[in-house]
Design a binder for this molecule. Sequence first.
Ligand code: PMV
Length: 329
Amino acid sequence: MIKAATARARSNIALVKYWGKAEGTLNVPAVGSISITLDALWSDTEVVFDPALETDALVLDGERRPDGLVRVSACLDILRELAGVGTRAAVVSSNNFPTGAGLASSASGFAALVGAAARALGLQLEPRQLSIIARRGSGSAARSIFGGFVEMHAGAAPDGLDSYAEPLLAGKEWPLDIVVAVTSTGEKAVASGSGMRRSARSSPYHAAWLKTHQADMALCRQAIRTRDFEALAQVAEASCLKMHAAAMAAVPALIYFNGVTVECIGRIRQLRKSGVAVLFTVDAGPQIKAVCAPDARAAVRDALADMPGVVQIIETGLGPGVETRACPS
Ligand code: PMV
């Protein structure tokens, strides 16, 4: 029998970054992380388990992507085992924003994949279990199972079962807006997984990154608990710059910023100095994400849209966790 379902999951951005993996094959992060889920950037994914298929198949943004199947099938295999079936699946996924450009398309993509596949197979899994399975596809995907402010635990168990995400605070409890300044729509040169491995292997600053990370997590939790924007800005910018400093010092160097990224960082710092509640963060790509108070959004958008080299502005509030729907059989 054919079994199918769809899911929509949103992308997220980390305020305290995940950069580095634990030993082993379970894609367990070396550090925890704290993120916010973005409402307007999503992946829509359909999963069809079809006994007529001999292998899993993946179509991403209208193109067949056999190169993406290793991680997709790894997630599907776990769900197949839980459901006691061997049926292969056709996965069709599309993003409403640039794929693989540092806008966390793997986060929304794997969260949507796992949500849709679990639903199609009729598995009643807790969100925490979904996050553990989504982590196998992409570490940040574990966070996109949830909405609002989310904490990912690195965990320590050899089976990876304590390496999961959970909600910290609902988005409506501290509504923040995000203005994304896209500075390049090409796919990034070095995927985050290989970047992390290279940093851990060769960056003299990787150890310092790991050592100072727990303190950043505590500061960030506290800033969220007390809705203290200035404290959030301090810790989020420090975590972002530390991650990039560690990556830049890898051999060969990992420079995810371009010139426009740096100009935008300067502009955001200037805005905050003048009293605008805004902070920046940057992931493994050259896009700038400005997180701001809702009443600062127009000023932030206008300032970033004015920067030479910004090719697109995406505005969003905080969004919900993964949403799934069964397809009629
Ligand atoms: O989940 P991955 O493997 O795409 O790695 C995410 C890495 C960063 O985006 C740079 C940081 C983060 O915590 O999202």
